[in-house]
Design a protein around this ligand. Structure first.
Ligand code: ATP
Ligand code: MG
Length: 289
């Protein structure tokens, strides 16, 4: 089976988007991927993706029944990418994010981080990757209720440095400020609005300055102004070279995205930069009917 060298998607023989480079024919899921390849073929042929999902199956078992959520899914994420993952509710977006973040393991298939297979890594190495390489903004904010905002944001440092991390450290202050929460630093989650909690969750994901930031519907329950603020933070980080993978239905994100991947029936069905706009306009048209 052929594979798109850019997004890593598996392609069947019907694919017509090709490009010949050095006398070899490469196939692509979309014009976007082909254009990206043409800009820098060496990158996609010689370098290693930061994250690679290969031939992934993920099943959940509920009693006797098997629910197959991901079917033969493959995907590449390159350093500096801003990947947007979309798909209807239940299509497996959070499942994919958990696999990328090494929080869960596939039923079948392989996950590689910097070219190294995750299932072959020691527990210590994996813990390091989770702590240092990847920052996770969950669909639920997952702040600890007993800790205040500053302490919640300090947590990743705490795992590394122990209670020293709870001192008003430079990094914690910097990231509280970047999400506009300096004034709320001493508040507990229950005393904060949903938007503030989500911003705290983002500051927590950033505080250890991970190379890869995963955000699962970070603006899902927020008003559009706070949502835009959070998107701006992610865009800024991407401009500074961080790799971002975000699940969102927010059409305003499509401008910043280098790649938009659509998850359907357990598989990725393509990279189309304007897909969010198309879905969005369909939604609006339907609701007007
Ligand atoms: N731990 C679990 N046990 C059993 N089934 C699960 C589990 N986690 C998820 N599922 C099921 O797997 C499917 C995919 O779930 P997932 O959370 O990845 O979807 P999603 O695309 O993130 O949806 P949403 O947009 O609603 O967040 C769903 O049908 C869900 O019910
Ligand atoms: Mg989800």
């Amino acid at each position: 089976m052929m594979q798109d060298p850019v997004c890593g998607m598996k392609l069947d023989k019907k694919e017509k988007i090709k490009h010949v480079y050095n006398k070899k024919t490469y196939y692509f899921c979309s014009k976007d991927c082909k254009d990206e390849f043409k800009k820098n073929p060496k990158k996609f042929l010689k370098e290693t993706p930061v994250i690679e999902l290969r031939d992934i199956y993920k099943d959940y078992h509920l009693g006797e029944t098997r629910l197959r959520v991901l079917k033969d899914l493959s995907m590449n994420i390159w350093e500096g990418d801003f990947v947007v993952l979309i798909g209807v509710s239940g299509s497996g977006k959070s499942t994919v994010m958990n696999l990328i973040g090494c929080l869960d393991t596939p039923t079948k298939g392989k996950v590689y981080i910097d070219g190294k297979e995750v299932s072959k890594m020691s527990e210590d190495r994996l813990a390091n990757i989770r702590n240092e390489k990847i920052g996770f903004v969950f669909q639920q904010f997952n702040l600890l209720g007993a800790l205040n905002c500053r302490e919640n944001v300090s947590l990743p440092l705490f795992f590394k440095k122990g209670s020293k991390a709870f001192k008003p450290d430079g990094k914690v202050k910097k990231y509280l400020k970047s999400v506009g929460l300096l004034e709320r630093a001493e508040h507990k989650p229950l005393e904060m609005s949903g938007g503030e909690q989500q911003r705290a969750a983002i500051a927590r994901a950033l505080v250890d300055e991970p190379e890869v930031i995963l955000a699962d519907e970070p603006t899902g329950n927020l008003d559009s102004k706070t949502g835009k603020m959070i998107m701006r933070i992610l865009e800024d980080l991407n401009e500074k070279g961080k790799t971002i993978i975000v699940v969102t239905h927010d059409p305003s994100i499509s401008k910043a995205a280098t790649r938009i991947m659509n998850l359907k029936d357990g598989r990725l069905i393509g990279n189309h930069k304007n897909i969010i706009k198309i879905i969005w306009s369909n939604k609006n048209n339907n609701s007007k009917k």
